[in-house]
Design a protein around this ligand. Structure first.
Ligand SMILES: [Zn+2]
Length: 206
């Protein structure tokens, strides 16, 4: 299971309760909260996704961002059931249906984020800069909402263009379900492996 240090907030996995924090040496660590679990798996999954990224198609790189955004918490019984039943063990038809409804759900959340921005009188940029890691550099970024932030992280042919909802519509879900790359499947399997392990550690039978 996961433990967090109350002094330095370092979160780490351990089979037994450790006597001290491996990072700062504090003499007490406590079981992690749900928020800390999600944060831990968010960063672990980001690393796994980055490793698989070079082998994935641009559509798959964008789509995995949507999958990660919509599956919160990312390490839960429901996420494991979804990954197994609707992606890995499912027919392409079932996966395609699931993906289409997820695309609809994602667009709905993007619209809600855009409406919230407009209500705050914040105008979306026409062009944007990206930092060295490719992350968007946008004024009032923290007000944009998680769905809109996910959309802005999309890869586009012009890195300064602001991805719109047409970029979501343009993802070929048919190709991802019928002919996924090995890297895409590897990422989904790695995700399931991580989820299964963490859920078992927390005493949930999968
Ligand atoms: Zn510590």
């Amino acid at each position: 299971m996961l433990f967090t240090c109350p002094r330095c907030h370092y979160t780490f996995a351990s089979a037994d309760t450790p006597a001290m924090c491996p990072d700062c040496g504090h003499n007490r660590v406590v079981p992690s909260t749900d928020v800390e679990y999600d944060r831990f798996y968010e960063s672990t999954l980001a690393v796994l996704r980055e490793e698989a990224e070079p082998g994935m198609s641009a559509d798959e790189r964008n789509w995995t961002r949507v999958l990660l955004y919509l599956n919160r918490p990312r390490a839960s019984y429901f996420t494991a059931a979804f990954l197994r039943g609707h992606i890995l063990d499912a027919t392409p038809e079932i996966t395609l249906d699931t993906y289409k409804s997820m695309r609809w759900e994602f667009l709905r959340k993007v619209s809600a984020d855009k409406a919230a921005l407009a209500a705050e009188k914040i105008v979306e940029p026409e062009y944007m800069l990206r930092d060295g890691a490719g992350a968007p550099v946008v004024a009032n970024w923290e007000r944009f909402g998680l769905a809109l932030q996910t959309l802005y992280a999309f890869e586009t042919p012009d890195p300064h263009a602001v991805p719109g909802t047409d970029a979501v519509q343009a993802i070929s879900l048919e190709r991802i379900t019928e002919n996924p790359t090995e890297a895409y499947n590897r990422f989904i399997r790695a995700w399931l492996g991580l989820v299964s392990e963490s859920s078992l550690r927390r005493g949930v039978e999968l």
